[in-house]
Design a protein around this ligand. Structure first.
Ligand code: 13P
Ligand code: SF4
Length: 301
């Protein structure tokens, strides 16, 4: 294992490469990463890095967004099959129908989406900036794609807007149930419940805090409380436990995102060595999806 880590570090230096990893990547991948974070943070790093090569240990919409924000860089995915099913859960035809039905419609696209869907959208958001960005839009009518649960959470926080929901979902988060969280609360009565907004409403109703992966980690780190029930993918445990050795975390149903877990040290080493799995986005899609991504970075400031 150490040999592999040494080899990756040498290749990184030789090739002026950086490794970005999402909080849901495996512990060993997070350990070797230069930057670990939520989707918003990683998009900002991808836009501003001086490295020639970005190795993105996440899922395809993340690598694609990094390439769109930084088309002159090489973006390598350790595993091209690491895809987020939710990213495909909206239809361009439906967006067009919505646009025809509402004059002042803004299509707000969760970054967990294909570049093609982004092309048909007005602005992108992540779970850490969606409420702030939707609030700041001049439009009354918002079509929120693809995630229904994040959309509903935003609608609750921004009641002055008419938010139309789309039926996308994250299979990892929607498999958490209120019954499990309720039992965990009963077993650990001092624990606070921290949930990702991709969870179902029945789970969010039990939460003391709702936020992105980075939001959950920051909340637990800054809280005087000592026990937390975590309702998101259990990869956040690596950073949570590193930063909070005096606190205890219970993971609701111990969920894993199988796609995030496809990233491995062996695959990182292989793409660094060979340059395989470079993300390509055609010029038309690249310029169409850059606009809503840049608008997000601007409005989220
Ligand atoms: P974050 O932006 O909160 O890291 O979420 C990304 C994601 O894929 C959640 O399932
Ligand atoms: Fe997609 Fe869900 Fe995995 Fe996040 S946890 S990447 S939304 S499948």
């Amino acid at each position: 294992m150490n040999e592999l880590v040494n080899e990756i570090n040498t290749l990184k230096k030789e090739k002026n490469a950086v490794i970005l990893a999402h909080y849901y990547a495996t512990n060993e991948v997070q350990e070797i990463a230069d930057y670990i974070g939520d989707s918003y943070y990683l998009a900002k790093v991808a836009k501003s890095t001086d490295a020639d090569i970005i190795v993105f240990c996440g899922v395809s919409f993340m690598g694609e967004s990094a390439k769109i924000l930084n088309p002159d860089k090489t973006v390598l995915m350790p595993d091209m099959l690491a895809d987020c099913p939710m990213a495909h859960m909206a239809e361009i035809e439906t967006i067009e129908k919505m646009r025809a039905s509402y004059e002042d419609l803004a299509v707000v696209c969760y970054i967990n989406s294909t570049a093609e869907l982004k092309c048909h959208s007005d602005v992108c958001v992540t779970s850490s900036n969606a409420v702030h960005i939707v609030k700041s839009l001049p439009n009354k009518n918002i079509f929120f794609i693809p995630d229904e649960n994040l959309g509903r959470f935003v609608a609750e926080q921004v009641p002055e807007k008419n938010i139309i929901l789309n039926k996308g979902f994250c299979h990892v988060h929607v498999s958490m149930t209120a019954a499990t969280v309720q039992t965990m609360k009963e077993n650990h009565p001092a624990a606070l419940v921290l949930a990702h907004p991709e969870c179902k409403q029945e789970v969010l109703n039990l939460a003391d805090y709702i936020g992105s992966t980075a939001g959950i980690i920051d909340y637990a780190t800054n809280s005087p409380k000592k026990e937390f029930i975590i309702c998101t993918e259990s990869g956040v445990g690596y950073e949570l436990e590193k930063k909070n050795q005096d606190k205890t975390f219970y993971y609701a149903d111990l969920k894993f995102c199988p796609n995030m877990k496809k990233n491995s040290l062996e695959k990182i080493c292989h793409v660094l060595k060979t340059g395989e799995n470079a993300v390509e986005v055609n010029d038309e899609i690249c310029s169409g999806s850059l606009k809503p991504l840049n608008r997000m970075l601007e409005l989220a400031k």
